[in-house]
Design a protein around this ligand. Structure first.
Ligand SMILES: Cc1ncc(COP(=O)(O)O)c(C=O)c1O
Length: 387
């Protein structure tokens, strides 16, 4: 192996851990990215499901400006109205009886805390997770992520026992969940797994079995939540209520914020010092989350997601696309050719899409403000790409 020369000039000061798309972003506007070379790129990727409101939304900007001027940061030890108000807003938006919020900063951190609470409350040490699920890169969240140990985990071992089950076999799932199971963690629609819809029968089976054995059900809605399905959460979309929901990404529309929503069974036993965070629950993050939910509701964006999603399904099975899975604006386009090739061909036509863990699924995660005219641009481009 060639030795690295520590004095050689660096071409970048960033850790080289991300594959790079050939678009240098200068600024964004709505669903459009403006590249440094002057190109205008239609964005169906949304910064990996983050930009739910699109770029530069006036309400998001106003909340940011207002809260920054009033009080940019304050510790959780000092009560603030905005922190309480945003939590009330989020639980009302979800409407699932999960009426307590613990604010943190990222999806992985939300999952890490959810798992920790499940162990504390049940006194058990096993977790059941689904094949192809993705839950983040920390020790606990990575431990329940399918394939992490083989690919990138890095820690010497998992901190607890994990059983992975098939994502589409309710009967087998029920057999794997027993009285040693502290929690079952599931993305109702798997994001990285290819916009794969785990579906109502599976989610109902998980709920039933968790109730039978006293395990807690965690919905990781980091990618599929906060309006992305066209419902507030996938839990609403499927009408299956978990004990905990983790939300992040679109909740901040680019400002780092995540939330852990808790049922009474989980929140009632909590006492001071069971959980903690410095930045979680910061007033900027809370003001932004409140503004994001207000905007989704006041601009009827859930209805828009449902309508435009149906339009994508009716107009984008064309060219290399043979079918569509997922829900709302978390869609997987099944491709006859490797999805990476279709993605590259679309980038050449100034359209950005995502790939996934499935080499034949191209992922769409656009902003909730996307309209049918934008979809026409995508379907016209797909029609010109060979199957
Ligand atoms: C379903 C899901 N859970 C958790 C995470 C991790 O979130 P974060 O990168 O904010 O830690 C992701 C990120 O892509 C995700 O898609």
């Amino acid at each position: 192996m060639a030795a690295t020369n520590p004095t050689a000039a660096h071409t970048t000061h960033l850790a080289k851990v991300f594959a790079q798309y050939p678009i240098q972003v200068a600024h964004g506007e709505g669903v459009w990215l403006h590249a440094r070379d002057g190109r205008k790129v239609l964005d169906f990727y949304g910064g990996h499901a983050v930009a739910g409101l699109g770029y530069g939304h006036p309400r998001w900007l106003a909340a940011l400006d207002r809260q920054a001027r009033q009080m940019a940061f304050q510790t959780n030890a000092l009560p603030m109205v905005i922190r309480e108000r945003a939590a009330a807003r989020l639980t009302k938006f979800a409407g699932l009886g999960l009426d307590t919020v613990f604010w943190i900063n990222s999806g992985a951190e939300a999952n890490e805390n959810a798992l920790k609470l499940a162990f504390k409350i049940t006194g058990r040490s096993k977790v059941v997770a689904l094949e192809h699920g993705f839950h983040g890169r920390t020790a606990g969240a990575g431990a329940v992520t399918w394939g992490a140990l083989e690919k990138w985990y890095g820690f010497p071992r998992r901190p607890f026992d994990v059983t992975f089950i098939a994502r589409d076999n309710p009967a087998a799932a029920e057999r794997s969940i027993d009285r040693e199971t502290a929690a079952v963690i599931v993305e109702p629609i798997q994001g990285v797994g290819g916009a794969f819809d785990v579906g109502k029968p599976m989610l109902e089976a998980l709920r039933r079995r968790c109730d039978e054995v006293g395990a807690l059900l965690i919905f990781d809605e980091v990618q599929c939540g906060v309006g992305r399905t066209g419902s507030p959460f996938a839990a609403n979309y499927y009408n299956v209520a978990p004990d905990m929901i983790t939300a992040a990404k679109a909740l901040g529309n680019g400002f780092p914020v995540s939330a852990l929503l808790l049922s009474r069974r989980v929140s009632n036993p909590l006492k001071v010092d069971d959980l903690g965070t410095t930045f979680g629950g910061g007033p900027m993050a809370c003001a932004i989350a409140e503004a994001v939910i207000d905007t989704i509701e006041s601009e009827s964006l859930l209805a828009n997601v449902r309508q435009v999603s149906a339009y994508i399904r009716s107009s984008c099975i064309i060219g290399p696309v043979t079918g569509i899975q997922g829900a709302g604006f978390l869609l997987g386009l099944k491709t006859s050719r490797p999805a990476k090739e279709v993605q590259a061909a679309l980038i050449a036509k100034n359209i950005l899409t995502g790939t996934s863990g499935d080499p034949h699924i191209l992922r769409l995660l656009p902003a909730y403000i996307l309209n049918e005219g934008h979809v026409d641009i995508l379907s016209d481009a797909l029609a010109k790409i060979s199957a």
